[in-house]
Design a binder for this molecule. Structure first.
Ligand SMILES: [Zn+2]
Length: 490
């Protein structure tokens, strides 16, 4: 008899926990299935819409986009993470570009040519306002590095002239010697160096729409396509490809173009040196009294390239990543499933200006770094059919949660890589979190379905693949939950 009662009690206890587990699983699936591609695409359309004007960090339109994200957090019950505030502010100078301006070029012989926007050129995001004309001088990477025995300016006189310059540094291999070149890798260094040598203006080769520069008094610049550079070189009897090859061999192929080759650059801008921008920070507090002091961070940059004669909507880069994060945040906030560890959602500002938001966060973290279990950064997660997780292989105990989420529920092609030491200048928000000692993953979509219009006015919601965005949000939801509940992590 005694035995029978004991057995009965055991059965009751078992079925109680069993039904609890079933409820929990049902709730997990409810949260999972609440994530919808339609809704996530709508987030991306909202963030890419004209009213936010390309989300230039520091601009009023960026701050409005940040406020819209906060309104969503509030609606769903994601809590403010910064002492009662959803914002984490930091200084962020920027320039307002009012029009595409103009670039004209006079060849050795024949008519002056007006370059076409946006095919041939982009205006400079931080150009001074005004107009400059002058002769042309090629200055390679525009670097003066006496300690490395390297000077792109050593054989040329650029005083009062317009320099043609390349981005990047003489080394392209990711090896240890690269770190010596890091200080010279920044656009803003190159611009200052050009001004120091007396240049009046700049034609930067390669159409990079990037506010990652500096506004210098009276220094007017624009970006030109490689095809236009080709043409200007040919007019001087030079082959652009040959010159590029010499540059890569550190032969300093700088030269002055012919006397009759001139250009005029015009820009209409206004500089705001004292502006500020922000990260948006939202929190799902952990449910476990001990573990809630530890955090899992999910982040992605909210800012874009802004307006450069046309709006650069930044749909893939990075309205997509932010929308995926919002999709996951909503699922967490509206579900009964409560993670043991806390989850911090951070929508970063100033990425395009030079990783300002991630720099500010890692210098002013809301949770101690040693209590930060991991960070996953989303940048351009919305065009393709598969996933790539960089650094995944370096942290197998964290990565397994994402892998099993994918294997059990999503069935996407998912590859991962080992962490590689980055010797050049940090190029992504992820690298700053990594440098702060936080295990960090970068998530991308691969096997793109649509053309990738990187930093291009055609980066609109039409190039997004909503199905993979839904799965990215689901991957975050399940993967993060797995990490947040894993008591075995050290
Ligand atoms: Zn990006």
């Amino acid at each position: 008899m005694k035995h029978k009662v004991g057995l009965l009690i055991l059965i009751i206890i078992f079925s109680f926990f069993n039904s609890l587990a079933q409820d929990e699983n049902a709730e997990l699936l409810r949260g999972f299935h609440s994530i919808s591609s339609h809704e996530i695409l709508d987030f991306a359309k909202e963030l890419s819409s004209e009213k936010y004007k390309g989300r230039l960090s520091g601009s009023p339109e960026y701050l409005q986009a940040a406020e819209w994200c906060v309104s969503k957090f509030e609606e769903w019950g994601v809590q403010p993470a910064n002492n009662g505030s959803y914002f984490q502010y930091f200084p962020n100078e920027y320039s307002n570009v009012f029009s595409e301006g103009s670039v004209t070029y006079s060849p050795e012989t024949g008519q002056e040519i007006s370059l076409n926007f946006p095919e041939d050129y982009y205006p400079g995001s931080n150009s001074a306002s005004g107009s400059v004309s002058g002769n042309l001088v090629y200055v390679g990477h525009g670097i003066t590095a006496p300690e490395l025995g390297y000077d792109d300016y050593k054989n040329v006189d650029v005083e009062g002239k317009i320099v043609l310059m390349e981005s990047g540094i003489p080394y392209s291999k990711n090896d240890t010697t690269l770190s010596k070149w890091t200080p010279y890798a920044y656009h803003r260094y190159k611009f200052r160096n050009a001004v120091k040598h007396g240049a009046a203006g700049l034609l930067y080769i390669g159409k990079i729409a990037n506010p990652n520069t500096v506004n210098l008094d009276g220094f007017v610049y624009a970006h030109i396509s490689e095809e236009i550079a080709d043409r200007i070189f040919a007019d001087a009897g030079k082959d652009y490809k040959t010159v590029r090859k010499e540059l890569s061999e550190q032969k300093i192929p700088s030269f002055e173009f012919t006397e009759n080759q001139t250009a005029t650059i015009t820009a209409e801008t206004l500089y705001f040196p004292n502006a500020r921008s922000c990260n948006v920070v939202g929190l799902i507090e952990g449910s476990d009294p001990e573990f809630k002091n530890e955090v899992v961070i999910v982040g992605g940059h909210l800012d874009g390239q802004g307006y450069l004669g046309e709006i650069f909507p930044g749909a893939l880069d990075n309205a997509s990543g932010v929308s995926d994060i919002l999709g996951a945040a909503k699922a967490f906030a509206t579900s009964e499933i409560k993670p043991k560890r806390s989850i911090l959602f951070i929508l970063l500002g100033g990425e395009e200006c030079g990783l300002y938001g991630s720099k500010f966060y890692t210098e002013n973290p809301l949770f101690p770094t040693d209590k930060t279990v991991m960070m996953i950064n989303l940048d351009m997660v919305g065009n393709g059919t598969g996933f790539f997780v960089s650094n995944g292989k370096s942290y197998p105990e964290l990565f397994q949660h994402f892998e099993s989420a994918n294997n059990n529920y999503l069935h996407r092609e998912m590859a991962a890589s080992e962490q590689r030491k980055n010797y050049g200048r940090p190029r992504s928000d992820a690298s700053l979190f990594e440098n702060a000692g936080i295990p960090t993953f970068s998530l991308w979509t691969r096997n793109s379905v649509h053309p990738v219009y990187y930093h291009d006015p055609r980066d609109t919601p039409e190039v997004l693949t909503p199905e993979i965005m839904e799965d990215a949000a689901k991957l975050l939801y399940l993967g993060i939950l797995g990490v947040a509940n894993d008591e075995g992590l050290n």
